[in-house]
Design a protein around this ligand. Structure first.
Ligand code: HEM
Length: 484
């Protein structure tokens, strides 16, 4: 009897304490949120309607549509979550560099459906993985890459003869193999044949399932809860495919194990028992790297070629730069990091493409405690949504021609360097940013030593969509012609 009474009292006291803690915590959130510019609390119904009525591919543009130009930050509410939208370079730079905004919010990153890889990991676990994996991307490791990129670029450029002088073709069919095969060789010690590889099928299925799962992740519905549904089955199938594929990659690496290796690629590091990665962590990291590397590089190379096909004067200037370097150098000179420094205009062209078309248009962070960022007091557990796309096209930073493709604007450096962040910044900056820049340069140098490119589409007719990545709905079509 006494026990039941104590238990009841204990429950009642706990419930009251819990109520006051939650109320006080929410009170503080509402108090601070009230001072932030933006939109008042959406009702539950409005939040549901926003998610249910918006086509999945339009989520990101819909949410960003709430951003108010006159303020550095705009608040909106989704269910009971406070979201702060921003395209302010200074604010964003602080967010990338503060320890209070290190983690990523589940509301967007659960959509990746894996939790043990760099893109989604939080706090000390992220730091541990990142510290170890950084060793695969040191300057010394980078030195071995240009040769791999060169070999693969030459192979793909050889294949392009089947489409030269034959009208327009879809670039992704040629650039995709370059990105995927270089990824396999340099990060997995594994030769991938793009046209036969099962990884491509798994990747395509993953992308489609991720878009379908996004509304559930935004409503914080775990993927375990939807396991019995058709979508749940599709998710399981995709991960089974990744699993089988990476099992083979791991087996092949274990067979060719070279314990005396002084330098280690990403997979060597992941498989090294010293680093104590679990099997699940290894596979999640491999998936994350593939997601990070493949589509991003493929799209930026393709977008760059399209831009150059539309802007002939810029293409001629670039070809001239490449010819001049080769007139001075041994034409069989091997690619190296130093050699790639000799093409400043090429770098400007790539950077301008990445500015105009932020291939990762949106990233997010979550506050782990209440924090003052540029005079705005942001409550704990707030999601900060960072529109890289809007920042990189903002006239405030790039002038009234911000919407145009003009590499020359980068000639004397950038007036607002923080307003260019296609790889983001701070300690969670893209781990492969130097790798990506090198790969893109090596491919484009090889390409323009053999071909010129033409694109009949007009710049202003490009239509794009924003999901996790930016994609041209109008395709990536160009025609190519052998240099005279
Ligand atoms: C043009 C090419 C690329 C672009 C534009 C790009 C962009 C990005 C962006 C925006 C992020 C998110 C960072 C954040 O949330 O703050 C990211 C993260 C990441 N990227 Fe890339 N990326 C590219 C190529 C690559 C390549 C080639 C690799 C691997 C070889 C790679 C691997 C990763 C990984 C593992 C992360 C997670 C890093 C972390 O949170 O510690 N990316 N990338």
């Amino acid at each position: 009897m006494f026990d039941i009474l104590s238990f009841t009292i204990f429950c009642a006291v706990s419930a009251i304490a819990y109520y006051f803690v939650i109320r006080d915590r929410n009170q503080r959130v509402y108090e601070l949120a009230a001072k932030l510019p933006g939109h008042d609390k959406f009702t539950l119904l409005q939040s549901f309607l926003l998610i249910l009525k918006t086509p999945r591919k339009d989520y990101i543009s819909k949410v960003l549509g709430y951003m108010r130009n006159e303020y550095p930050v705009t608040k909106i509410w989704l269910f009971n979550n406070l979201l702060v939208l921003t395209k302010d370079a200074d604010f964003i730079n602080k967010v990338f560099n503060m320890h209070q905004t290190y983690n990523k919010p589940d509301i967007f990153y659960k959509g990746f459906m894996t939790s043990k890889g760099l893109i989604t990991l939080a706090g000390s676990e992220h730091k541990r993985h990142r510290k170890v994996l950084n060793k695969a991307f040191t300057s010394k490791m980078m030195q071995r890459l240009p040769e791999i990129f060169d070999e693969k670029a030459k192979k793909i450029i050889g294949n392009l003869c089947e489409v030269e002088d034959r009208g327009e073709f879809e670039l992704l069919n040629y650039i995709g193999p370059f990105s995927l095969e270089t990824f396999g060789k340099s990060n997995l010690n594994y030769e991938i044949d793009y046209h036969r590889s099962e990884i491509l099928d798994a990747y395509d299925r993953y992308s489609s399932v991720a878009v379908d799962y996004l509304p559930y992740s935004m409503m914080s519905i775990s993927k375990n809860l939807i396991t019995p549904t058709k979508l749940g089955q599709r998710i399981q199938d995709v991960f089974q495919k990744f699993d089988n594929y990476f099992d083979n990659v791991i087996k092949s690496n274990n067979q060719n194990n070279n314990n005396n290796m002084l330098e280690s690629t990403a997979i060597d590091i992941l498989l090294d028992p010293k680093n104590e990665f679990t099997e699940e962590e290894i596979k999640d990291e491999l998936i994350m790297m593939l997601l990070g590397a493949f589509e991003t590089s493929t799209r930026i190379i393709s977008m760059t070629l399209m831009m150059l096909g539309m802007h002939k004067d810029i293409q001629h200037k670039l070809i001239k730069e490449i010819e001049e370097v080769y007139n001075l150098e041994d034409t069989n000179a091997k690619f190296s990091a130093d050699f790639l420094q000799k093409f400043p205009y090429l770098e400007m062209v790539i950077k301008e493409t990445m500015r105009l078309f932020a291939v990762v248009p949106l990233v997010a962070r979550e506050t782990s405690e209440e924090v003052d960022i540029n005079g705005f007091l942001i409550p704990k557990n707030t999601t900060i949504l960072i529109s890289i796309y809007a920042m990189q096209r903002d006239e405030k930073y790039w002038g009234s021609d911000a919407h145009l493709f003009k590499p020359e604007r980068l000639e004397n450096g950038m007036e607002f360097p923080h307003a260019w962040a296609p790889f983001t910044g701070g300690s969670r900056i893209c781990i492969g940013y130097r790798y990506a820049m090198m790969a893109m340069k090596v491919f484009l140098i090889n390409f323009f030593r053999t071909y010129t490119v033409n694109c009949s589409q007009k710049f202003e007719d490009i239509e794009s969509e924003m999901t996790m990545t930016l994609n041209f709905l109008t395709g990536y079509k160009v025609s190519i012609h052998k240099n005279q």
